[in-house]
Design a protein around this ligand. Sequence first.
Ligand SMILES: NC(=O)c1ccc[n+]([C@@H]2O[C@H](COP(=O)([O-])OP(=O)(O)OC[C@H]3O[C@@H](n4cnc5c(N)ncnc54)[C@H](O)[C@@H]3O)[C@@H](O)[C@H]2O)c1
Length: 361
Amino acid sequence: MSTAAQQVHRIAVIPGDGIGTEVVPPAQRVLEAVGRTHGFSFAWTEFPWSCEHYARTGAMMPEDGLEQLAQHDQIFLGAVGYPGVPDHVSLWGLLIPIRRAFSQYVNLRPVRLLRGISSPLRGLEETGLDLVVVRENSEGEYSEIGGRFNRGTPHEMALQQSVFTRRGVERVMRYAMELARSRDGRLTSATKSNGIIHTMPFWDEVLHELTDGTELEVASVHIDALAAQFVLDPGRFDVVVASNLFGDILTDLGAAVVGSIGIAPSANLDPSGEHPSMFEPVHGSAPDIAGQGVANPVGQIWSGAMMLDHLGHPAAAAAVLDAVERTLADDGVRTRDLGGTADTETITAAILENLERSAPA
Ligand SMILES: NC(=O)c1ccc[n+]([C@@H]2O[C@H](COP(=O)([O-])OP(=O)(O)OC[C@H]3O[C@@H](n4cnc5c(N)ncnc54)[C@H](O)[C@@H]3O)[C@@H](O)[C@H]2O)c1
């Protein structure tokens, strides 16, 4: 379906490294297909910024990279990182500058058990699981402040400062509270104020100030106990708000609980809409399976569905997820990480077919 008034979304695409380059094109095909039946389309601009780019030029992206990205509505990223380039170079040379320059202070990570996926947790298929982690994405433990001293001597030391600002903590908590209100009203905050005695009591105080007298059901749980409960009784959580590091670790655990890191999606959001947001799977570039054509594209496709939601197309986003679930559950098409035999192309073709079958006439 094409109309003169069709919306065209300008998307910057950074496939990145390893399986990033293998899962981004299938996800673009799925997004284009759903766009055709829901009345919108995409103008993609691809940027080859990656560890290969770093090896060639000495930088993960050009000096004006952020200005180039700023010309786009949103950013769709695969994964960066490759053996031979230290991980902190790929992270701090590309991902973190994008998240910070564009005020993407919310990292939204759904932890949902899709139909057709078995969890390593006993009985989870019967109860289901659908929670969301709101990870602080712009400050916290991931900071550049610190240093190494007396290198190579017996007095060698390393210092790493965390940065928690009132503005940073308040805005991510307000976002999580709003999200909890739109769901079933339960909010859990990850803390560690018994061991980390400056930043975490501050985190807890801000939570208390903002939620005092609220109608929300609010709990504050130490991250170690929270991690254990994510395995023992994940259904007790709905919206979880966490600092940068805690949220990062908790969501890899969440991805494992709902079947595979290969399916976990994420959105780096600037909720104000002033800057582009960035959508990327939770997984990395998986050098161990790169180049074999066997990577699971579902994490990338689901991240694309989150982008559709953000762009104001919730029906199209739901159609994509529905096609993914029918492929996994009804057709039994699964990639190796989910215990199946399908390669990237086979599962993509099956998802596209399901999408077509359910398209509005
Ligand atoms: N946002 C990002 O770009 C990002 C995130 C995490 C890691 N990384 C980088 O990726 C590289 C590899 O990191 P890692 O091995 O710790 O994590 P990883 O997520 O790349 O891989 C972990 C394991 O999960 C498997 N896996 C991941 N995604 C999969 C998929 N879609 N389908 C099937 N199997 C999948 C891999 O084969 C591997 O065994 C490192 O350089 C790291 O810095 C990047």
